[in-house]
Design a protein around this ligand. Sequence first.
Ligand code: LRH
Ligand code: MN
Length: 439
Amino acid sequence: MRVGNSVLPLTSRPVMHIDKHQIAQHNQRLEASHGRRFAQLAEDLPNVEKIVQQLNDFQVAIPSWALGTGGTRFGRFSGGGEPRNLEEKIADIGILHALNRSSGSISLHIPWDIPEDYAAIRTLAAHYGLVFDAMNSNTFQDQSGQPLSYKFGSMQHVDRAVRQQAIDHNIDVIKQGMELGSKSLTVWLADGSSFPGQLNFRKAFQNTLECLREVYEALPDDWKMFVEYKAFEPNFYSTTVGDWGQSLLYASKLGEKAYTLVDLGHHLPNANIEQIVALLLMEGKLGGFHFNDSKYGDDDLTTGSIKPYQLFLIFNELVEGMDSRGMDHTKDLGWMIDASHNLKDPLEDLVQSVEAILVAYAQALLVDREALIEAQASNDVVQAQEVLQHAFRTDVRPLVAEARKRAGAALDPLALFRDLDVRGKLIKERGTKAVATGL
Ligand code: LRH
Ligand code: MN
């Protein structure tokens, strides 16, 4: 199949392609009820057009490692039709983006998704209206043929040769990202310890900082480095980039191109993530997010499925903080999903996650900022809660749907995904045995 001046190999000829006629037919069926709900909501919203445009412009990066069935150490239950290579992963994200026009970029994980032909992959992605977001390195697994093991860590490792191997890998990932037009590198290190006495915390920090600095120096001028922190797992006593404070310490010591990355599932129970977000924004060191949800640990569940109020409170701090710094909502922070699907269809899970992110953003855009500032200034705690919960309790789904419709997407992506039996067609084409690379 010819895409631009590249001819795509047979395997990536997308069987499942959602075209604008299918979307137009779907929207036609839903237009009347949607139109009523949107008009009613818009009546009370003087800035409705601005909000719809902001929702339209808001794009979420889809992880290349979350298009198959995840699993846990206790088992993995595949749903079938999983992408068998990077081309099919791009086609799947193309389906998602056709359904909601809010999933316009791909975050690759290396070496799970090394492109064979960078130009062809870039062209294929462009065919679906997709670009490449943050690249993710991987020094938490030993690849076959890898000379030195990361069993006892990578950048923290007591052996300089292991650290050098990790540095070289990250620099290689930057080079791959440059071929694809990516502008950022996410470094998540599983490094840490599982027993007291195993690690010298100071040396582990200094070794890690020394390595991150060598990777930092290899960054092109217009790139960013995201230092992702995590409280525990796979190490269960200490993690060398274990919380926002440690990540901020690294990012501050590295320089202006280094930022912290907030993965919602990487906090200890009951952490106040919205306060962490407000302070990292205040310091100008918040780089971006890995959106997901969790009840206990790094559960990587559907965004907004467990704690939708927390997601709203995080977006409330984001809108307030970004506006106070004059930041551009669409490009100054990295909006990425990081999830693993054990029970749900991966694409349905991602449709729900993108929807939950846009709903929380829309609710945060509805917050009456003046009234909130006034309530805070007069310690009117009751009124402050009323202002926030009025926005949170407003059903903003017609706003998000209207933004989708205007972008040429489906009013109800999940319904259209099912009506078109997308998964059934993918299973027919790819079979039930295919296992996608990733988590
Ligand atoms: C670690 C993490 C990290 C990725 C991995 C897939 O838990 O959140 O962002 O590299 O998941
Ligand atoms: Mn993550």
